[in-house]
Design a protein around this ligand. Structure first.
Ligand code: ZN
Length: 452
């Protein structure tokens, strides 16, 4: 084989991580032992949920969460604990009421989408025009002018619920702005969920330079009702929705480190987002991720492990309605982005550990390390994206990992009043913290760098 071909093959398949030696096995055993006896992740989550509560950008509760997280990271003995200021959008929800007024009178279960505009003071009333997809909405053209657009695309139930969520996501994110451009005076979006107990799901919508119009999510049961009524004749809805936008507020990314013993300038980022929607308690999204990454760092410290490279916990602000925390991180740390050897994000709930996602050759390279997770429930490394906060590191070619948990019920409560502490099992977040500590340790300790 010629040297040129050998180099080309080497580039296609970067050097794989060697199988874990006795030192790795021993370190993982220590982490599991410390993690097994550690119920502090759940105790932290209880404080965050019950004492602080939901945490939307610009809210006093998000400020309280930033202060609390930095205090706890200091109290746990971590290094380089700091808060990096970030300017975040400040949208404030007001009361909402929605009713069908013809051909029957019925209350509708609705919740404003983040970024929604307000109705006139007395509310508005109009005929409903239904579209099952953004393509259908586009084909309606000017027929939605002066009407309320109902964006009614059901979330599929086959395969990964995160994939199905990504498919219907644009209905909520981009649909209201599109309907506004076509002349709609308000938008109702079918909640992005596969199962409902008549709970509407909020989430962000983006108007960009378009003037915002009132946009709300409907419980799937009520979207179905409007669709059925609409098949038999005209349907009219009355909507009153208050919401307003204030000037940007100051928030912060919260950071803490376990400095590397050999190459402290090389960084393994371990992240989650501290903000949440302004409903429920943000327990699974992403309180659980927040406390699991905090506790993972504490477990490494309690196990007296100091890997080769630095493990840096980053609690991002404003993931839900702006990603300004992620943008600020890449700006604040522009000169060291090339020094990030990996980034891990935990933003897929705090249910039982299931898998890690990563892209490219790292999937095979790390398969030999799966035995280190024995007893935690984590059994797979699969190809996939890392997470929205750390996606900002992808252009810098940083391998990005996502932590996945049992997703069966995640989207039942996602962005609703029901995302509360009682949905989280203490043993699941305990094992999650252990799993994240092991992965961070492996990536920070590997002799060479992983390719992307
Ligand atoms: Zn989240």
């Amino acid at each position: 084989m010629g040297a040129g071909l050998a180099v080309a093959l080497w580039l296609l398949a970067p050097p794989l991580a060697p199988a874990p030696d006795a030192a790795f096995l021993e370190a993982a055993r220590k982490i599991r032992r410390v993690g097994d006896e550690d119920d502090a992740a759940y105790a932290k989550l209880e404080h965050l949920c019950d004492r602080i509560g939901h945490r939307l950008s610009g809210s006093p509760t998000l400020d309280a969460a930033v202060t609390w997280a930095a205090e706890v990271l200091r109290a746990d003995g971590h290094e380089a604990v700091r808060t990096d200021a970030v300017q975040v959008p400040h949208w404030v929800r007001g009361p909402i009421s929605a009713q069908v007024v013809a051909p029957v009178r019925r209350e509708l279960a609705a919740i404003a989408l983040g970024g929604s505009g307000a109705t006139p003071a007395g509310g508005l009333e109009a005929e409903v025009v239904r579209a099952g997809s953004l393509e259908e909405l586009g084909k309606l053209g000017g027929k939605v002018r002066g009407k309320i657009a109902l964006l009614d695309g059901p979330m599929g139930t086959h395969g990964s619920s995160f994939d199905r969520y990504s498919e219907v996501g644009p209905m909520r994110g981009a649909g209201p702005a599109q309907a506004a451009r076509q002349g709609a005076i308000a938008v109702l979006v079918r909640s992005l969920t596969q199962r409902s107990l008549r709970t509407p799901h909020t989430g962000g919508t983006r108007f960009g330079t378009q003037a915002p119009i009132p946009a709300a999510a409907l419980a799937t049961e009520d979207a179905d009702l409007l669709a059925r009524l609409g098949r038999r004749g005209p349907v009219r809805v009355r909507l009153s929705l208050a919401a307003h936008k204030l000037p940007d507020a100051t928030s912060a990314n919260v950071i803490a480190e376990l400095r590397g013993r050999e190459r402290p300038d090389e960084i393994v980022l371990l992240g989650a987002h501290l903000d949440s929607w302004d409903v429920g308690q943000g327990a699974h999204d992403d309180g659980a991720g927040t406390v699991m990454v905090m506790q993972a760092l504490t477990i490494l410290r309690k196990a007296h492990l100091r890997p080769r490279r630095t493990v840096r916990v980053v609690l991002f602000t404003n993931e839900e309605n702006g990603l300004r925390g992620a943008e600020a991180y890449t700006r604040d740390h522009a000169t060291e982005l090339g020094q990030h050897v990996a980034a891990i994000e935990s933003d897929a709930g705090g249910y039982a550990p299931s898998a890690f996602t990563v892209e490219g050759a790292a999937v095979e390279a790390l398969a030999a390390y799966l035995p280190l997770f024995a007893g935690t429930g984590l059994s797979r490394i699969v190809a996939g994206k890392g997470g929205s906060d750390i996606s900002a590191l992808e252009p810098a070619k940083v391998p990005t990992f996502g932590y996945l948990t049992d997703e069966t019920h995640y989207f039942d409560i996602h962005h609703t009043q029901a995302d509360t502490l009682d949905k989280v099992r203490p043993d699941d977040v305990r094992r999650g913290a252990t799993v994240l500590a092991i992965l961070a340790y492996v990536l920070a300790e590997l002799p060479g760098r992983l390719g992307r």
